[in-house]
Ligand binder design. Structure first.
Ligand code: NAD
Length: 361
């Protein structure tokens, strides 16, 4: 039996968590789910959006499936998601973007994997608010030590990129490529402008690449990368990116394959992993049994692979792909007309996926 923490989230989170749990259980993998709360619903009950018990549960089990969480305003948490990743040292964010037949998209046959650094960069949360004493002190110091001058009414966000952080994530990307039969890793940066951060990233990327002669390596400047992905996505395989570019290009790539409804993800560290969709808690649809559960179910597929349950993962992914391809038992967002009355609800789509799994047993 495998212990897994299920973070049910808020908004559309709980209904998607339940649908996903049922689909994963239907693969036959013996999972003992430990239900844990996070988000605005538990904040109303306990005063914190991230109870210590939830962090402890993920630490203990080392694996969690997580539904989306609304980022609460004014709680001391910039984002619970970012906090969880930093607290648990989940330095790698893995986002496969794959075309599934039946999903409406401008592109076919996309099969990209984004590997995003999760802990550094402008996302590290080191910020200085305009007008505060410490901000003024920092600006004065910077103006004294730099030829470039910062205007006194500026806010400042700091962009740290380290040798150790870059080494770890680029190595992760190459190891992933090797383990999953991928041919090429592309390192994305803006080294021509930010020489001491992105420049360092590129230098370390090149050093790490030398240790993987069996995998092709190349680099791209982030703006060019965006255009290339839109024009020739078939040229790319595994992309490794610093935090902020990774965030932006994840959504771009989700768009290439037809949107957030089929964009799974994983946050992985040395001591644990949290599997979650790219999309958020879509509060306007909460409790309506309406939204697409596939992104969290496909995150569950990544989780099964991480747990070494490859055959079960493949079966679940195929069941999801088959239901999407048939286009009958799918949620509104997968219909040509979003008001199509034949669209089914979240739990009915999960039922159809489970039925597919059972017929293939
Ligand atoms: P969102 O992803 O929740 O919703 C954007 C739109 O995408 C929705 O209006 C909806 O039309 C569509 N959508 C999202 N998920 C869908 C699904 N499963 N099926 C069908 N349609 C779907 O993004 P947002 O509105 O910017 O964010 C809402 C909240 O979620 C915010 O508080 C944000 O901080 C949070 N968020 C959380 C996570 C996470 O938990 N990892 C990720 C992103 C955003």
């Amino acid at each position: 039996m495998i212990n897994v923490t299920l973070i049910t989230g808020d908004g559309i989170g709980p209904e998607i968590a339940e649908a996903s749990r049922r689909c994963i259980d239907a693969t036959g993998v013996d999972i003992k789910w430990e239900i844990a709360e996070a988000g605005i619903d538990v904040m109303a009950k306990t005063g914190t959006p991230l109870p210590q018990a939830t962090i402890d549960s993920v630490r203990k089990n080392g694996v969690a499936l997580k539904s989306p969480i609304t980022t609460p305003v004014g709680t001391g948490f910039r984002s619970i998601n970012v906090f969880l990743r930093q607290e648990l040292g989940l330095y790698a964010c893995l986002r496969p973007c794959k075309s599934y037949k039946g999903v409406r998209s401008r592109y076919n046959d996309i099969d990209l994997v984004l590997v995003r650094e999760n802990t550094e960069d402008l996302y590290a949360g080191i910020e200085f608010e305009k007008g505060r004493d410490d901000t003024t002190e920092l600006i004065n110091w910077l103006n004294k030590h730099s030829k470039k001058q910062i205007t006194s009414d500026s806010g400042i966000s700091i962009k740290p990129i380290s040798v150790s952080g870059t080494e770890k994530i680029v190595k992760f990307a190459f190891d992933y490529a090797r383990a999953n039969g991928r041919k090429k890793v592309t390192s994305v940066h803006k080294a021509n402008i930010m020489k001491f951060t992105d420049g360092l990233w590129l230098e370390i990327s090149r050093q790490v690449a030398k240790k993987y002669p069996d995998i092709e390596f190349e680099d791209r400047i982030v703006d060019n990368m965006c255009m290339q992905l839109v024009q020739k996505p078939e040229l790319y395989d595994v992309l490794v990116l610093p935090n902020l570019y990774g965030d932006i290009l994840s959504d771009l790539c989700a768009g290439l394959v037809g949107g957030l409804g089929v964009a799974p993800g994983a946050n992985i560290g040395d001591k644990g992993a949290i599997f979650e969709a790219t999309h958020g808690s879509a509060p306007k649809y909460a409790g309506q049994n309406k939204v697409n559960p596939c992104a969290v179910i496909l995150s569950g597929v990544l989780m099964l692979r991480h747990l070494g349950k490859t055959a079960e993962a493949d079966r679940l992914e195929k069941a999801v792909a088959d239901v999407i391809a048939e286009g009958k038992n799918v949620t509104y967002d997968m219909k040509a007309d979003r008001n199509d009355p034949t669209a089914v609800g979240t739990s009915q789509m999960a039922d159809a996926i489970i039925k597919k799994l059972k017929t293939k047993n």
